[in-house]
Design a protein around this ligand. Structure first.
Ligand code: KDG
Ligand code: MG
Length: 412
């Protein structure tokens, strides 16, 4: 067989998604997620102008070779745009291989290593009562692990706090945070790290007092602290036994993690903005992290993230694949197949998509008792309804950004 067609589909049911659909001469189709939140059309151009022409007539069975050709052959390596495009091709080819074999992708990756994947959801609230309600709502939905984000006194709009009036398709209020907003310019939020560091430990103390010692709790610091501030945060949170502290410092300066690590035993997770194994190499080798946060969609696909996670396994470092709503149902399915197969699975981030998204993407993964499973349909198990997709054209949307009280732009 050879590849007959490759189509780039942009749709915006609840938010923008970029999907690659590859069709073989025999009519077998495969889907890949290429969504790069807030920069979607850059990947569309990369795929349409530079990748799709190379795929037509290629052998869809040669997944590793295609990956190496697209990565090494371009000369220009790495970067979120390139790696999201390669990821979409890689996922689509695994989807096709599964359909041709009549097997779910996790079987091709070695079979299931567990019965289901522990998932965490996003609870948030500006004040404690609202946060507690959000935690309770997540427990009622079956979550067995919960990320805690909270308001900080004196700050009006900050990362990770849901707008309860947000209509994400189901028409009902949700506690999940949808950071990208449609509009001509990014929304400005405010930030003060010292106020945050003073406030957060008390929030975790209150959550532990209310919900007890068992519940795994996570927190995303979203790249906002200096190394020494992050070290203090990890230390101050130790009594509350976090499952992980995520992105405690900006990801570019990896040496920072050495300083943080030398001060705290709070487990560290990093890497949702990383895009190759090389971004993780030193952090894994020097055992400076505990969880790899890379997404299949942003790390060059199943082929590349599998290699990174196998390397991490040698150091007892586990997966914690990125899974907010800007990972499409296709990217989520890829994460679930990979997570089910590897031995060093840690936890899977899972924010439910809205109803409109579920109408565009027919998914076969299941969610019960706090565990996800990719299902047993051949391939990735996700199909796209093109008519429904066309009903939701692209709309420009941006992630917000931060300024300090004196107007300085701060890390997001
Ligand atoms: O695209 C950016 C979002 O995915 C990000 O804000 C979500 O930090 C995030 C997380 O941990 O899910
Ligand atoms: Mg994060």
């Amino acid at each position: 067989m050879t590849i007959r067609d490759a189509e780039v589909i942009v749709t915006s049911p609840d938010r923008n998604f970029v999907t690659l659909k590859i069709t073989t001469e025999d009519g077998v189709t495969g889907l890949g997620d290429a969504t790069l939140n807030g920069r979607e059309l850059a990947v569309v151009a990369y795929l349409s102008e530079h990748v799709v022409p190379l795929l037509i007539g290629a052998d869809e069975a040669r997944i590793e070779d295609t990956w190496q050709f697209l990565y090494r052959g371009a000369y220009w390596r790495r970067g979120p745009v390139t790696m999201a495009a390669i990821a979409a091709v890689d996922m689509a080819l695994w989807d096709i291989k599964g359909k041709v074999a009549g097997l779910p992708v996790y079987q091709l990756l070695g079979g299931a290593s567990r019965t289901g994947l522990l998932a965490y959801g996003h609870a948030s609230g500006k004040e404690l009562p609202e946060l507690f309600d959000s935690v309770r709502a997540h427990l009622e939905q079956g979550y067995r692990a919960i990320r805690i984000q909270t308001g900080v006194p004196g700050l009006h709009a900050i990362y990770g706090i849901a707008s309860q009036s947000a209509d994400t398709g189901g028409g009902t209020a949700r506690y999940d945070h949808e950071p990208a907003r449609r509009g001509a310019r990014p929304v400005q939020e405010d930030w003060d790290t010292r106020a945050y560091l003073r406030h957060l430990p008390g929030v975790f103390e209150a959550v532990r007092n209310e919900f007890g010692p068992e519940l795994p709790l996570l927190h995303d610091a979203h790249h906002r602290s200096t190394p020494i501030q992050a070290a203090r945060l990890g230390k101050d949170l130790e009594p509350y036994d976090l499952f992980w502290l995520e992105d405690c410092t900006p990801a570019e300066n990896q040496e920072a993690l050495r300083l943080v690590r030398s001060h705290t035993t709070t487990p560290l997770a990093i890497g949702e903005v990383f895009n190759t194994a090389w971004d993780f190499k030193d952090l894994i080798r020097d055992q400076l992290i505990d969880y790899v946060r890379g997404a299949v969609t942003h790390m060059g696909g199943i082929t590349a993230l599998r290699k990174t996670l196998d390397y991490a396994a040698m150091y007892q470092i586990k997966s914690g694949m990125h899974g907010p709503t800007d990972i499409s149902p296709v990217g989520m399915a890829a994460a679930l197949h990979l997570g089910l197969a590897i031995h060093n699975f840690g936890i899977q981030e899972y924010m439910k998509h809205g109803q409109r998204t579920d109408e565009v993407f027919q998914q076969s993964f299941t969610w019960s008792n706090g565990l996800l499973h990719p299902g047993d349909k051949p391939g990735l198990g996700v199909e796209i309804d093109l008519e429904a997709a066309r009903a939701h054209p692209y709309e420009r949307a941006y992630l917000p950004y931060n300024r300090l009280a004196d107007g300085t732009v701060h890390d997001w």
